[in-house]
Design a protein. Structure first.
Length: 131
């Protein structure tokens, strides 16, 4: 497996407005989608890489709240998601879910795993389109 880059970061917060404002206004990330307690901001690479902010009341989003207990979850982009999952499993890494291939994002998938530090990470494949 070869990680190409960090292509996604997800974070959950009880201070949604302040957190979104911080990343948008102070750090200069642009908002590509925002709704009540959920925002997608463009990371500076310009390669369709995103920061997703989940507020305390974000409902119906494709995430598991328990993945965001220890802090932000970085997502690593790979060319072969299934192969990466098999390699992690063979190494005894704790896999937290199956690969998600949402129909609304053709060619884009992810799964979560726990690193040896106890933190949760994501593995990604494909280009994320926004709504």
């Amino acid at each position: 497996m070869r990680v190409e880059r960090v292509a996604w970061v997800g974070t959950r917060t009880d201070q949604f407005t302040e957190t979104t404002r911080f990343f948008r206004d102070l750090l200069g990330l642009s908002t590509v989608h925002e709704e009540s307690d959920f925002a997608i901001l463009q990371l500076p690479s310009g390669d369709r890489d995103f920061l997703e902010i989940f507020g305390a009341d974000a409902e119906g989003k494709e995430f598991e709240a328990e993945h965001y207990v220890n802090g932000p979850v970085p997502g690593f982009l790979v060319a072969d998601l299934a192969g990466a999952r098999e390699e992690l499993a063979a190494a005894g890494v704790e896999l937290l879910d199956e690969i998600s291939w949402p129909k609304s994002l053709p060619g884009y998938g992810w799964f979560h795993f726990r690193g040896p530090d106890g933190n949760v990470y994501a593995m990604l494949q494909g280009s994320r389109a926004t709504s």
